[in-house]
Design a protein around this ligand. Structure first.
Ligand code: ADP
Length: 395
């Protein structure tokens, strides 16, 4: 194996290191020179035989491999497989005059970054191809690191926020109740002083209830992400009652908003009541978050036929901005948020977990969740659940 370095200095860790594999020494040298012209400071290593390749593969000190297809001792496809088996992230580009379209297609399927036809005038194309593969790899790595950082944060948040939040909620609520009880026994002047304190504690309670929900969503998402299934306890549950109490809880948080309900007296579904509560809370929260204060959010609970079977359906309709068709599937993704959309109602917390959780929980309860929406026309988020039959108590 020959080795050339464009600089005699010891390689800095961020230097671009490229392995050039070709039987033809002139071609290797030409390739190295062309790349050096485009990437100053590049370090190239030339490989001409299996021993050279084996040594390179042991060393793990390269970012990209440029290989011919027809080698006396191997093929470019084989080189690609060997490199990718050990270093899936390393860029491999085939630079060859002997490959075929079938080879190119097969190699791309196995992770080849690009295929450039070897010809004297194509060295520029080879450099451009390497540049774009490097850009792509860097973007992918950055996206992956960002996602990993977010996941680490979520895991910590899921575990560390619970206890302090419970303490804060309990303390605020306790103090508020005591002041409320105390107030009537006090002289007027003291009562007047206490009234705004009670209001302030009320606001604090509402805000920390919001954090509570966020923490609950984070913990659920982290569990879904790591165990793929949360235990669900399925019972006959009155969907209308869960929705009513979800609306009541939401009204506590946002008393200024109008939420209407159109529902039968009662509708039994088979569900886990805690998970169901979380689903309803998320859909209501989103509908309010993404629509203006002056417009109502309408909730409808009904029976419907789903694939020849009767099911229960809950739909939450808002008059927010609506969602373009091409986004309507993506929004259910893990940590997915549409950046361009600003929250309208001020409760601007969100991590892109709400809908992910809704869909996962509804699926675990054997239902389906979806959205009907168009830009400028608001959105209707809905879910269905199998109907439940009254449980006979075992007594
Ligand atoms: P978050 O609300 O934290 O952004 P979600 O998973 O609940 O996360 O929602 C994902 C994305 O779906 C949101 O960022 C938003 O773009 C879009 N979305 C959700 N609900 C609505 C709604 N009612 N109206 C318009 N867009 C919505």
């Amino acid at each position: 194996m020959e080795s050339t370095q464009s600089s005699a200095a010891a390689p800095a860790p961020h230097l671009l290191r490229v392995v050039i594999i070709d039987d033809n020494a002139d071609d290797r040298a030409l390739t190295a020179r062309a790349l050096a012209g485009r990437f100053p400071g590049i370090q190239t290593r030339q490989v001409a035989d299996p021993q050279g390749l084996a040594q390179v593969l042991q060393e793990d000190e390269f970012d990209a491999v440029i290989t011919d297809y027809q080698l006396k001792w191997s093929t470019g496809l084989d080189v690609l497989r060997q490199v990718k088996a050990r270093y899936p992230e390393v860029i491999v580009i085939m630079f060859t005059a002997t490959g075929t379209q079938e080879v190119a297609v097969e190699a791309m399927r196995e992770g080849l970054s690009d295929y450039v036809v070897k010809a004297p005038q194509h060295f520029i194309r080879l450099s451009a191809s390497l540049q774009s593969a490097l850009d792509h790899t860097r973007a992918q790595r950055e996206a992956r690191l960002a996602l990993e950082a977010r996941e680490r944060f979520l895991t910590i948040a899921a575990h560390e926020l619970r206890t302090p939040l419970t303490t804060i909620n309990g303390t605020v609520e306790g103090v508020r109740l005591r002041l409320e009880r105390l107030a009537p026994t006090l002289p007027l002047a003291a009562r007047q002083e206490i009234a705004p304190l009670i209001q302030a504690l009320d606001r604090a309670r509402r805000q920390s209830a919001r954090l509570d929900r966020l923490q609950e969503d984070i913990a659920t998402a982290v569990r879904l992400d790591t165990t793929a299934a949360l235990p669900v306890e399925m019972h006959a549950v009155d969907l209308v009652e869960v929705v009513r109490s979800g609306i009541a809880a939401q009204r506590e948080l946002t008393p200024e908003r109008t939420i209407t309900l159109d529902a039968p007296e009662r509708l039994l579904v088979r569900a886990d009541s805690e998970r169901l509560r979380q689903v309803v809370a998320n859909l209501l929260g989103n509908a309010l978050k993404f629509s203006a204060n002056e417009v109502p959010v309408e909730v409808q609970v009904s029976r419907e036929a789903e694939q020849d079977q009767e099911a229960a359906r809950c739909a939450v309709r808002d008059q927010g901005p609506g969602i373009p068709l091409e986004e309507q599937e993506r929004i259910w993704g893990y940590l997915y948020q549409r950046r361009e959309l600003s929250y309208l109602s001020g409760s601007s917390v969100g991590l892109g977990l709400g809908l992910y959780i809704v869909r996962a929980l509804v699926a675990q309860m054997e239902g389906t969740a979806g959205v009907e929406s168009a830009p400028g026309q608001g959105s209707t988020f809905w879910f269905t659940l199998p109907l439940g039959t009254p449980e006979v108590s075992g007594a």
